[in-house]
Write a protein that binds this ligand. Structure first.
Ligand code: SAH
Length: 374
């Protein structure tokens, strides 16, 4: 490996929108750059601006991760690129395959941090669940990621790299993505606490000339960072929104979500009411079923009142237990009774079948366990 040259440091100033983190490996990660930023980067290297389109196509549409394979670029340019840049530093550390086809990817980032992404094949669609932070600061009482705390935010490049790496591992590099591939930001981290990088990654994923994932196929899930929900409402390219609700009143939510003391339910639900929805769009409310905590008939009735006036669907998620977490899942009979009450009130709900439980890939189990014990 060549030692980093001084001029690669200068790139930080030439492209101010590129975060310092993306250059800590001294070679800039190109996967987080838009086509315009790629152009600036190439021009700074005295290269022709039109190469940006080729480079963008190779990286984002064909998902090529090594410059050697970009055979439509001149050899000299490929050599310059490998000296100054990488497509991504993210690499697969291990992959776990569940009996139901779910695959959990433990990924290593440039600084050795680990994050997890999950590929879930379903009958009518495939879903990739990606992380937005290394760890999470929110410490929700029923979530494993909360147990490890926040290590750092991920860069847009790192967020997008999960999608590229999982797609390449599952379908093969460059192979067209099946039409119904969904991206959910429901892995490690609170996406709205890493707002700018998350929004940038949504734009990169949605880019027509790149991965071209329609915005309606991307869902961002939040524990309820209210001011950022208002910001999200104003974005041009915005994913669908899911709220991790899991409690029908402040008393229960305060206990489960420390963030609820800062942004209580009245404020959260007001932000949801004001959230602009497309024609056939709904807000999703995720409700983790915790035995004896939030699963009684009265709680279902409170939930119905809370959601009144909101175009919503509810995902009832059986709790995935872990030795570190003090909760059990509600029994299926209770979940069905809870669902019945919602149904009678006209509230749409689905019971989420847990996937990948045997490989610790189910909701709330992502903790990159190496790291938890490091
Ligand atoms: N911070 C974001 C995204 C990460 S959590 C958020 O809070 O939404 C993603 C989803 O996993 C949320 O719906 C959350 O409620 C769910 N979840 C967390 N821990 C869980 C557990 N132990 N069992 C089942 N679902 C869990």
């Amino acid at each position: 490996m060549r030692p980093p040259s001084c001029s690669s440091h200068a790139l930080v100033h030439i492209i101010p929108s590129v975060s310092v983190l993306e250059t800590t490996a001294k070679r800039i990660e190109l996967l987080g750059l838009t086509q315009d930023e790629l152009r600036e980067f190439l021009v700074a290297l005295d290269e022709k601006a039109f190469r940006a389109r080729q480079l963008h196509d190779a990286i984002h549409r064909r998902r090529i991760t090594s410059f050697d394979e970009m055979t439509d670029l001149p050899k000299t340019l490929r050599r310059i690129l490998s000296d100054r840049a990488v497509v991504t530093n993210t690499r697969i550390e291990s992959m776990f395959l569940s009996t139901d086809g779910t695959r959990r990817f433990l990924l290593q980032l440039v600084d050795g941090s680990e994050v997890e992404s999950v590929f879930m094949p379903q009958e009518h669609r495939h879903t990739i669940c990606i992380s937005s932070q290394v760890g999470c600061p929110l410490a929700c009482g029923f979530c494993m990621t909360g147990v490890i705390g926040l290590k750092r935010n991920m860069t847009a490049s790192e967020i997008v790299s999960q999608v590229v790496i999982v797609l390449n591992a599952v379908y093969g590099q460059g192979v067209e993505i099946p039409h119904r591939t969904n991206i959910v930001m429901m892995g490690m981290g609170e996406p709205l606490l890493n707002y700018d990088q998350v929004i940038k990654s949504v734009r990169l994923l949605a880019d027509d000339g790149g991965l071209a994932i329609p915005r309606r196929r991307m869902t961002l899930s939040t524990a309820g960072i209210v001011p950022r929900i208002y910001d999200l409402a104003n974005e041009k390219v915005r994913p669908r929104l899911a709220i991790s609700l899991t409690a029908p009143n402040d008393e229960i939510r305060d206990r489960l979500f420390p963030i609820n003391r800062k942004y209580p339910l009245s404020e959260l639900m007001e932000a949801c009411r004001r959230y602009p929805l497309g024609e056939r769009e709904q807000l999703t409310f995720e409700y983790v079923m915790l035995d004896g905590v939030n699963d009684q008939d009265g709680h279902a009735r409170e939930l119905i009142r809370l959601l009144s006036g909101i175009r919503a669907k509810v995902n009832l998620i059986p709790h995935n237990p872990a030795p570190e977490l003090p909760f059990l899942s509600s029994p299926m009979k209770r979940i069905l009774a809870f669902q019945q009450i919602l149904k009678e009130a006209g509230v749409h709900s689905f019971i989420r079948r847990p996937q990948g439980q045997d490989i610790s890939a189910a909701c709330g189990q992502l903790a990159a366990r190496h790291q938890a014990t490091a």
